[in-house]
Design a protein. Structure first.
Length: 437
């Protein structure tokens, strides 16, 4: 089986190393040896250290490499939308099997890739696109195909999990924790895709598509990042026996008209320390799957890095190579359910709201009246002097309210009205609460 490798950076280099180190085992598992037909790169002369590869295999012509008749499998680890989309559509239409780690492309235009795979008759595998080495997508696509998945909740971005874990452990603010993540190599020089939730939203779209047999794109995912999470938020979560995580949440349920739909969202949220995801620290990933027959399942491990991602890539290479040797094709895209994506306003969630209010009689009654007008039930209220200082000093007080479950639109409207009250000096923070607290 001959491979065309598109990209030879951190992940691509590890793919080459593992192919070299495990060549005998891989051949035994597949039933034929794996050979690299060529490696497409931007610069042939770049120093790649002691990479065990013949320099003659490098090329700057990816399309020419893809079109070669002796290429069976195309492995793409370049990332981005274009030119990766053009390359992979060309490969799939030509009947090649494709293995990709490109979450952004799959989330934006997975339809084009799946359609091209159906047209050409090859396989499209992408285990490495979500959660690195964690075997997650194939269980969703194959192992749980006989079950009905109702909810997927996950920590799927290692950078943001490291930052929030550091804030929780040390009391640092967001900027300090981000600086530490950058120094340790967990955050890119431009961390926008991670800290603003774009990376997690792409992965959420992929997970929802597989779990609910519905085409979900990144544009369908409600997205919020962690840049507004403060040290005070983290301290407040601790006081409640919670921690804060950036969660991707995909759930099946009825919309306001009673039709079955899916809700897909990414945002920071408080979860109780008793929740399985609460203990996931550092740059690790974990995904919590709930299904009607299987119950609750947890997938945990390293979600990024060259070697873990390369491990997932090679797992897919083995699978598609076996299929080609056997003359069969894996099950095609399953999108038969074709469920509508529910607007964020209809998502059922809970809010933790921290208010700076005037410290005088009647304030709590007025605030409670706002919640009642929007049909939002209050679960708990905690009141104290502003800033946590001694009582009786100053004219302001801190008011922390946690709601019961309500539609997100009602909760948002409640917060909007609270901001307009003259007794509310400021809405210090708003965070969603998940996980059954």
């Amino acid at each position: 089986m001959r491979l065309a490798l598109l990209g030879c950076g951190t992940v691509g280099g590890e793919v080459v190393r593992l192919l070299h180190e495990q060549s005998a085992d891989l051949a035994a598992r597949i039933g034929a040896p794996l050979e690299i037909a060529g490696i497409a790169v931007r610069r042939i002369g770049r120093d790649r250290g002691d990479l065990p590869v013949d320099p003659a295999l490098f090329t700057t012509d990816p399309l020419g490499l893809i079109k070669r008749d002796d290429v069976d499998v195309v492995v793409e680890v370049v990332g981005g939308i274009e030119p990766a989309r053009t390359w992979l559509v060309e490969a799939l239409r030509a009947g090649k099997s494709v293995v990709t780690a490109n979450k952004a492309l799959l989330a934006e235009d997975g339809v084009a890739l799946h359609d091209a795979a159906a047209e050409g008759g090859g396989d499209l595998y992408y285990e490495a696109s979500v959660a690195g080495a964690i075997p997650l997508l194939r269980p969703l696509r194959e192992s749980l195909h006989g079950d009905r998945i109702t909810r997927v909740t996950g920590i799927v971005n290692g950078t943001t999990n490291f930052i929030l874990s550091a804030m929780d452990a040390t009391g640092a603010g967001f900027a300090e924790a981000l600086e530490e993540a950058t120094e340790l190599g967990y955050a890119e020089a431009d961390p926008t895709a991670d800290v603003e939730g774009f990376d997690a939203a792409a992965k959420a779209a992929i997970l929802a598509s597989l779990a609910f047999h519905t085409r979900v794109a990144a544009a369908d995912v409600h997205r919020e990042g962690i840049t507004e999470v403060t040290a005070a938020d983290v301290a407040s979560a601790k006081a409640m026996g919670c921690t804060i995580k950036l969660l991707c949440i995909a759930a099946r349920g009825a919309d306001s008209a009673g039709r079955e739909t899916v809700s897909v969202r990414v945002h920071p949220a408080m979860i109780p320390l008793t929740h399985p995801l609460a203990s996931v620290g550092d740059a690790f990933n974990a995904v919590f799957v709930e299904a009607e027959a299987a119950g609750q399942l947890m997938f945990y491990g390293r979600g990024a890095g060259g070697a873990p991602t390369a491990s997932a890539v090679l797992g897919d290479v083995v699978a598609v190579s076996r299929n080609r040797l056997a003359g069969v094709r894996a099950a095609s895209e399953s999108a038969y359910a074709d469920l509508a994506v529910r607007p964020m306003g209809e998502a059922l969630t809970r809010y933790h709201i921290s208010l700076d209010v005037a410290d005088r009689p009647g304030v709590l009654e007025a605030v409670a009246g706002v919640f009642a007008r929007h049909d939002v039930s209050i679960a708990t209220v905690r009141q104290g002097p502003a800033g946590g200082g001694p009582a009786g000093r100053g004219d302001d007080a801190d008011l922390v309210i946690v709601t019961h479950v309500a539609p997100d639109a009602a909760l948002t409207a409640t917060v909007g009205e609270l901001r307009g009250l003259d007794i509310v000096r400021s809405v210090a923070s708003v965070l969603r609460v998940e996980g059954g607290l």
